[in-house]
Design a protein around this ligand. Sequence first.
Ligand SMILES: N[C@@H](CCC(=O)N[C@@H](CS)C(=O)NCC(=O)O)C(=O)O
Ligand SMILES: *[C@@H]1O[C@H](CO)[C@@H](O)[C@H](O)[C@H]1NC(C)=O
Length: 280
Amino acid sequence: MALGHWYWCGIGVALFIVVIVVGYLLIGIIQRVWNYRKLRKWKQRTQDSETLIVHVPPEASTIPNISPFAMKVLTFLRMAKIPYEIDTGDPFGGKGKTPWISHRGNNIADSEFIIQYLIKTFDIDLTSHCAPEDLAIATAVRIMVDEHLLWGMAMERVVFGSSDNFVRVFKIPKCIVWILRRIAKGRAKDQGIGHHSQDEIIEIISKDIKTISLILAKKQFICGTEPCPEDAGIFGMLSQFYWGLPNNPYEKLLNASCINLKSYCNRIRATYWPDWEDQF
Ligand SMILES: N[C@@H](CCC(=O)N[C@@H](CS)C(=O)NCC(=O)O)C(=O)O
Ligand SMILES: *[C@@H]1O[C@H](CO)[C@@H](O)[C@H](O)[C@H]1NC(C)=O
């Protein structure tokens, strides 16, 4: 009797494990096939045309795009005067991230690879006015923004900020806030910053913001009087703090001691986004 009990119990556990493993593998396979078909579709759609398609998340409510990397690429395209069309149906590309582009049958993911591709393909020169050492500092600032300031923005927006703001800015249903919060928390822990308290994160991120403010100083753009591609990246993120995070704890800092960053954002917005309000 007792043996029979353990026998069926063992079968049950084994079946359960098999179902989980097969389910996991199946999801992986479906994802791959779906990804492959998506990339093939956009390759076919763009290979005989000159239209540049930029894949980004759907429209938000207070800023043209809630992805800082989408804002970076879109602002760069405007700086370089390259015409583009937006697609919001497939925001995530071959690397699972947004934005990505499709052009002449090429699918390119990651904002930096996209900008490199565009500079090469359209023969864009937006750095000839920069001294090499100024450009190096601009690049260092942009990398800090992309890889560090990003986490302060994401934590504030998704984890600490009110879900009402999140729902309003993103135009998403309230029921998915919880799951996005869990995902963001997990990623922030993997990155490292997620282990700190909110106060500690505010301290860390305020230092980033003050540093950028000091480096920008009285300059119009990060490399001087003319914009360079790194400005697109810096603006892509700062614009989120300015317009895409209502009532965030950095507002006071920006108002009080980093007002040059607000002027910088306003300058870039006025120059490249005269149609800002029409975007949402
Ligand atoms: N290094 C990438 C970063 C892109 C990125 O992190 N995009 C975010 C949105 S701002 C994303 O797609 N997140 C979705 C995810 O990670 O699942 C780039 O520069 O394009
Ligand atoms: C920052 O300045 C703006 C515009 O001047 C104002 O609307 C906002 O309330 C200020 N925020 C804080 C926290 O001081």
